[in-house]
Design a protein around this ligand. Structure first.
Ligand code: NAP
Length: 248
């Protein structure tokens, strides 16, 4: 895969799956702009690592759930690079609890960051991509947005919403040469899953046909494929990267 000359924006790109996506794109020639919210030090060390590897990564702070902050980030990218070829909506949070115990704030926050944040970025980049008559958008959903999960009604609703958003937008912009897809990871080893109880981790592991927890790099490779020139005919799809955990 070759991303020479391409400009890519990755939200939540300082840590976890987002950092793996940023590395994969940058190592293959893209100019990558990551967004971070709180991970200031991790963003700085990713930039340092990129410099050592002669890769181009820039970082911008911003909260994806704010449309005005997203607009400011996109305006900055256009002023500096003149274009955005690839947008990866990766930023996400969880606030797990059974619905009967979940408070309104935990529902709203998870929808705001995961779903509204994805819409905010799409809303800002789509007009630019329409002018160029090309572009790739990859939205990070989750297999629990397909299968559901107890204790995650907020997160599953957001991730299922991302799938609906992805398919609708794919249909809206297909004739403009823009391909929009979702990637739905299964159980991936990052900060998000690090806090799960050992018994739960083991139970999930036991139900993964490939018999191992996924790595961020394994998700990044699927995202890179969808973002690359190799993908000319896949749009509106949900690609599961889950070791076979959920089979429809
Ligand atoms: P992670 O390590 O917790 O990373 C979450 C990322 O989201 C961080 O970069 C964080 O940035 C960013 N973020 C959170 N709130 C934000 C906000 N308001 N504005 C901008 N960025 C924000 O988790 P991860 O596992 O890499 O998750 C990445 C994506 O994959 C998420 O969408 C997640 O739902 C999805 N996913 C993960 C798994 C899994 O098993 N790990 C499975 C399915 C789907 P800061 O650190 O800078 O705040």
């Amino acid at each position: 895969m070759n991303f020479d000359g391409k400009v890519a924006f990755v939200t939540g790109g300082a840590v976890g799956i987002g950092a793996a996506i940023a590395r994969e794109l940058a190592q293959n020639g893209a100019k990558v702009i990551i967004n971070y919210n709180k991970s200031v030090d991790q963003a700085a060390s990713l930039l340092q690592e990129a410099q050592e590897k002669n890769c181009q990564i820039e970082a911008i702070q911003g909260n994806v759930s704010s449309l005005s902050e997203v607009k400011a980030m996109i305006d900055h990218i256009i002023a500096s690079y003149g274009r955005i070829d690839i947008a990866v909506n990766n930023a996400g949070i969880t606030a797990d609890n059974l619905l009967v115990r979940m408070n309104e704030d935990d529902f709203d926050r998870v929808i705001q960051v995961n779903l509204k944040g994805t819409w905010n970025v799409c809303r800002q980049v789509i007009p630019l991509m329409m002018k160029e008559r090309q572009g790739k958008i990859i939205n990070i959903s989750s297999v629990v947005g397909i299968a559901g999960n107890p204790g995650q009604s907020n997160y599953c609703a957001a991730k299922a919403g991302i799938i609906g958003l992805t398919k609708s937008l794919a249909k809206e912009v297909a004739k403009r040469g823009i391909l929009v897809n979702a990637v739905a990871p299964g159980f991936i080893e990052t900060n998000m899953t690090a806090t799960l109880k050992e018994e739960l981790k083991q139970a999930i592991l036991d139900s993964i046909p490939l018999g191992k927890i996924g790595q961020p790099e394994e998700v990044a490779k699927a995202v890179a494929f969808l973002a690359s020139d190799w993908n000319t005919y896949i749009t509106g799809q949900v690609i599961q990267v889950d070791g076979g955990l959920v089979m429809a």
